[in-house]
Design a protein around this ligand. Sequence first.
Ligand code: FES
Length: 69
Amino acid sequence: MSILEAVGNAGVSVMTSCEEGICGTCETTVLSGEIDHRDSVLNDQERAAGSTMMICVSRAQGDRLVLDL
Ligand code: FES
């Protein structure tokens, strides 16, 4: 299950479009946690900053990820 699906199941509505990690519509602020970036939107610098992610395809790399939804 993607994060997008999980937050949807929890009743949180997030804007989406491609759901393939290429448009950037679902970009979400990350407050803490390690990210496994799987999108084609962010550059290397943005990935390294770890402050945002595309929740349609990217995942948590650790046990806990805190998002600003
Ligand atoms: S919906 Fe397009 S990158 Fe997530």
